[in-house]
Design a protein around this ligand. Structure first.
Ligand code: SF4
Length: 359
């Protein structure tokens, strides 16, 4: 490590000792299971949103064995609202793997951590350094921004070349024996001081090492390659009622929101009206013939790679017994039972509207 790199790490650690954010998973003796759960929850999600989910999770599944024994539906229900549901499915699969292949003990090497579903280079580094004291770096969005500014990296950070450059630099900065605190310090600095807009340079503990600060490049760094605009789809959903119950379909495991429940439906094809699309989708998905009635609600939502505008319609069942053709399962449920089934945001909005109308 060069002298200036060592000054950067030392200044950061000194600042962290007095300014670390209080989090329910942080402790002087970190619990590897807690660190793992928190790091998965924190992917793509803000700390404030994660805290209540983390507390509920640890109450419900206090150790890896409890998680392994749970039903997937229980796991998804507890995760509902956090988004990116593959994280919850992978946590469940990984807990089963820890019990089966690692004797119920969290693995403590990067190689074994990477074997767990949902654990990539970043998460393995975070668990390895924080929970097991391994001298390894972590690189997430916050870390990339800080390092690009401090070390004036002008390769776009959201490209493979930029990733590679930052990881290579990050490897050289980890202070031996203090990687856990150092990595968390870097994450905290990015979240609270070296913010994307308006970084607080005057208060920054590493300002004397920072090239962006020295040259007034804070707004130019990090460089990012523009992403393609995300596509938009019109989607129709059916609230099919029969004998006082509503039909829910379960999404296939390998699709977006896999294992979650929804009001069945799908995307409009070119030239279709909502009504025509809905009747076709329900036939394809469940082999049912329906009559499409009044419009109930329209909900917009942005996923990672696309946006949707979904319109839900009241529908009645005309013919054909439901069959799980393009869904994993189906169920007739009462309005009161809608809350028992894990759903994504859009379907939960429809369910909440139905429940409020029934009250
Ligand atoms: Fe970020 Fe400013 Fe600190 Fe540099 S001096 S690391 S730009 S907050």
């Amino acid at each position: 490590m060069t002298d200036s790199n060592s000054t950067f790490s030392t200044d950061l650690l000194t600042w962290y000792a007095h300014n670390k954010r209080s989090m329910p998973w942080r402790s002087d003796r970190p619990n590897p299971y807690h660190v793992w759960i928190s790091e998965i929850m924190l992917q793509q999600t803000q700390v404030a949103a994660v805290k209540p989910y983390f507390r509920r999770w640890i109450t419900e599944f206090p150790h890896v064995g409890a998680l392994a024994e749970a039903d997937q539906e229980e796991v998804l229900k507890l995760w509902e609202g956090l988004g990116y549901y593959s994280r919850a499915r992978n946590l469940h699969k990984a807990a089963i793997m820890v019990m089966r292949d690692f004797g119920g003990v969290m693995p403590n090497t990067l190689t074994d951590l990477r074997k767990l579903p949902g654990v990539g280079a970043y998460t393995a580094g975070a668990i390895g350094s924080i929970a097991f004291g391994l001298d390894v770096p972590v690189v997430d969005g916050n870390v990339k921004r800080v390092l690009a500014r401090v070390f004036e990296i002008d390769t776009a950070i959201n490209t493979p070349a930029g990733e590679k450059e930052i990881w290579a630099l990050a490897e050289t900065l980890v202070p031996a024996g203090q990687a856990g605190d150092y990595n968390q310090a870097l994450m905290d600095l990015g979240a609270t001081v070296c913010r994307p807009k308006n970084p607080m340079c005057l208060l920054c503990p590493v300002k004397d090492s920072c090239q962006a600060q020295a040259q007034g490049l804070q707004q130019q760094l990090p460089v990012k390659k523009k992403k393609k605009p995300v596509p938009h789809y019109d989607v129709a959903a059916a609230v099919i009622t029969h004998a006082g119950k509503i039909l829910l379909a379960q999404r296939p495991q390998d699709k977006l929101l896999g294992g979650m429940w929804e009001f069945p439906g799908g995307k409009l094809e070119a030239g279709e009206t909502m009504e025509v699309a809905l009747a076709r989708e329900i036939q394809e998905e469940l082999a049912m013939e329906i009559a499409v009635g009044e419009h109930l609600i329209t909900v917009g939502h942005a996923y990672t790679h696309f946006k949707i505008t979904l319109a839900a319609y009241a529908c009645t069942w005309l013919a054909g017994a439901p069959q799980a053709i393009e869904c994993a399962d189906w169920k007739w449920v009462t309005i009161a039972q809608l809350g028992d089934y894990p759903m994504g945001k859009v379907d939960r909005t429809i369910a909440a509207m139905l429940q409020s109308q029934a009250d």
